[in-house]
Design a protein around this ligand. Sequence first.
Ligand code: NAI
Length: 286
Amino acid sequence: KGKRAFIAGVADDNGYGWAIAKSLAAAGAEILVGTWVPALNIFESSLRRGKFDESRVLPDGSLMEITKIYPLDAVFDNPEDVPEDIKTNKRYAGSSKWTVQEAAESVKSDFGSIDILVHSLANGPEVVKPLLETSRKGYLAALSASSYSYVSLLKHFLPIINPGGSSISLTYIASERIIPGYGGGMSSAKAALESDTRVLAFEAGRRKGIRVNTISAGPLRSRAAKAIGFIDMMIDYSSANAPLQKELSAEEVGNTAAFLASPLASAITGGVIYVDNGLNAMGVGV
Ligand code: NAI
């Protein structure tokens, strides 16, 4: 029977969220997405105008359908959290019910339940700054958007995730090894996300039998990655040094997510799963 997935962090056809949506759709899942409020209009209009039609093609030739797009800003848990300047911001005023709690409530009233929850979002306003030059505000903003956003998402969606369900986030090896250039507290945010994956696997596992894993993905030229500024260098470094000397495709991460969400992975939880052509296993560049 078809499963239903909610994927937070899809706003174009370049990122991991889109690729995960496609792999889940190809496996028969119904797709709901959560799109960052400021990116919502352009994403919806591009989709409507057919701009993504080529990238919507599934292996069987059909086009991926997104059943519903929900506005979402994962740094706010409920309406009481939203400051005045955001409430009155032009880019937010046209949408409603986009805090995490309200998004979960909307999905519940529209569909009742989901089977798969995906967190494919991150933001660090000072990502280009070394940690030694990162402000407290920038550091906490990175943690809020990239780590607590996942705790909040799982907390609010857990009541509507069906038994046997599964949850996945995306992380990066900068959490455990030094990656100069991945600054602003983003390395710290990924370390928190990985640690939280273990604790949340325990809590969601004991409470509801839900599995929680994170995929440590290799470099991809997404919108977010281009903003960091060193993505081409990281892709070249990986091709030069990884055991598998090929460019990583987003689809390979999507397929791993589909596996992790499936009963084939029924004993896998609390894990950091590397999908990086094996680069994590290298000790030195060669
Ligand atoms: P992306 O740009 O496709 O995805 C990031 C998404 O986060 C965007 O759609 C953006 O609108 C959304 N977002 C930002 N702040 C938000 C907020 N407050 N509320 C809701 N949505 C928000 O880029 P990418 O690279 O596919 O990122 C997805 C995940 O993959 C992130 O967790 C990222 O750290 C991770 N990752 C990316 C790698 C890469 O090389 N691109 C490598 C390893 C992990």
